[in-house]
Design a protein around this ligand. Structure first.
Ligand code: FAS
Ligand code: PHB
Length: 399
């Protein structure tokens, strides 16, 4: 636990939030000689066990390797060359390297990325305070914004040259920006995901995304002995209404293939219902206040983009702060929002496409269902359509 007395009262970059965005940014800045402080409202155990993303793109893996945070990832991750789509009793594999000139993805949970970055930062990184809840940011329209937070029972302040909101969708930094300066774009989906962890070997070598009249299902994994699975459920569903047997029966039904296929069962160790939304806040900067990751944008997890978008934002931001320190130039910082938003909107579209193609909206018409099946048939029969999905899933080089 960082002692309050040792926390500085001023820094160059104040980072709010120790999720993947805040931690990776702090690591990249530390390596570039830019001083920063990370303030996280929750305790270390909570942050490290929060079940979220599972797929890393090449760009995210490159960023973690560039700052010495990928040793365990390179030892323990599963490298995947494809995913399987299932619909109407059929299966079709999307071959990433064949369709993208060699790209692939890494299966390595967000919990593990966060653990690795926290361990490095506590060992030789910038100050990182847990249970340090930021209440507000003052001076957002000045060149000396101040972060106000409570830590170990004491009200504290951190004077910054810049404040970066890495505090997620419900964070406080976005609220420090005058609302008339921001534009928000949002879509809330008429369904959620029931996400489960199970102590059983995955029943497929690669991820399986399934469209079915009963609703969407996803088979993912955390290791050769732990499965991560998701079921589309109505919004507001209570996980307590889903005993293990019901979950396995429903997954069986939605992942079924005409030629037969068996799903291995095992004890379910965690269950949670995750709502789904698309959201973008523009611009991602107001003066000395910047937003990164979920603080600026949210995608439905069907495209496996959330964590990767957060990483891509902070790679751009760290380069901008390094340039500012090296030459005094603010060009990259001035371009930050536009540079990120081009990639963000591409990922928003892809995540929306994967979600609306694979999920069955309870109110949807039979016509809509036939359009979905036609789209899936097109992906299975056209190299161009399959390549479009593969390029977006495995990660595009945009900016
Ligand atoms: P995060 O939300 O991870 O981190 C924000 C941090 O800020 C948190 O630790 C929070 O405690 C802290 N914070 C908030 N307010 C604060 C305050 N006032 N003071 C100090 N600290 C504060 N993406 C995928 O690709 N695949 C998935 O399957 C997937 N599943 C998800 C499930 C859930 C329930 C959620 C919410 C997201 C999921 N995502 C998934 C997306 C997720 O991975 C995010 O994209 C990723 O966590 C983004 O990282 P950050 O931007 O760092 O935000
Ligand atoms: C996961 O493993 O948690 C995961 C994988 C792919 C997705 C969403 C979640 O699209």
């Amino acid at each position: 636990m960082t002692d309050t007395a040792t926390l500085p009262e001023r820094t160059t970059v104040g980072i709010v939030g120790a999720g993947p965005a805040g931690l990776l940014l702090a690591r990249l800045l530390h390596r570039a000689g830019v001083d920063c402080v990370v303030l996280e409202s929750r305790d270390r155990a909570y942050v490290e066990q929060r079940q979220r993303a599972g797929i890393l793109e090449q760009g995210t893996v490159d960023a973690l390797r560039s700052c010495g945070a990928a040793d365990r990832l390179d030892r323990e991750s599963l490298v995947h060359d494809g995913v399987e789509l299932r619909w109407d009793g059929r299966a079709h594999r999307i071959d990433f390297p064949a369709l993208t000139g060699g790209r692939r993805v890494w299966v390595y949970a967000q919990t593990e990325v966060v653990k690795d970055l926290i361990a490095l930062q506590l060992a030789d990184g910038a100050p990182l305070a847990f249970e340090a809840e930021v209440s507000r940011v003052s001076g957002a329209d000045t060149d000396r914004p101040v972060v106000h937070y409570r830590h170990l029972g004491r009200e504290r302040t951190l004077a910054c040259d810049y404040v970066v909101g890495c505090d997620g969708f419900h964070g406080v930094v976005r609220r420090a920006i005058p609302q008339q300066e921001l534009r928000s774009y949002e879509r809330v989906y008429p369904y959620s995901w029931l996400g489960v962890l199970a102590d059983v070997a995955p029943s497929s070598e690669e991820l399986v995304y399934a469209h079915s009249p009963r609703g969407f299902a996803l088979l993912s994994m955390r290791s050769p002995t732990v499965s991560r699975l998701y079921l589309q459920v109505p919004n507001g569903e209570d996980p307590a209404d889903w005993p293990d047997g019901r979950i396995w029966d429903e997954l069986d039904a939605r992942l079924a293939l005409d030629g037969g296929w068996s799903l291995k069962r095992g004890p379910i160790t965690s269950k949670a219902v995750l709502p789904m939304r698309s959201h973008v806040t523009e611009p991602m900067r107001f003066g000395r206040i910047l937003l990164a990751g979920d603080a600026a944008h949210i995608v439905p997890p069907t495209g496996a983009k959330g964590l990767n978008l957060a990483a891509a934002d902070v790679v751009v931001l760290a380069r901008a702060f390094a340039a500012l320190r090296a030459s005094g130039s603010t060009d990259l910082l001035d371009a930050y929002s536009d540079t990120c938003l081009r990639r963000v909107w591409r990922a928003e579209h892809f995540s929306w496409f994967m979600t609306t193609t694979l999920h069955t909206d309870p109110e949807q018409s039979a016509f809509r269902t036939r359009l979905q099946l036609s789209q899936l048939d097109r992906i299975a029969s056209s190299r161009h359509a399959a390549a479009e999905l593969a390029e977006n899933y495995a990660g595009l080089d945009i900016g």
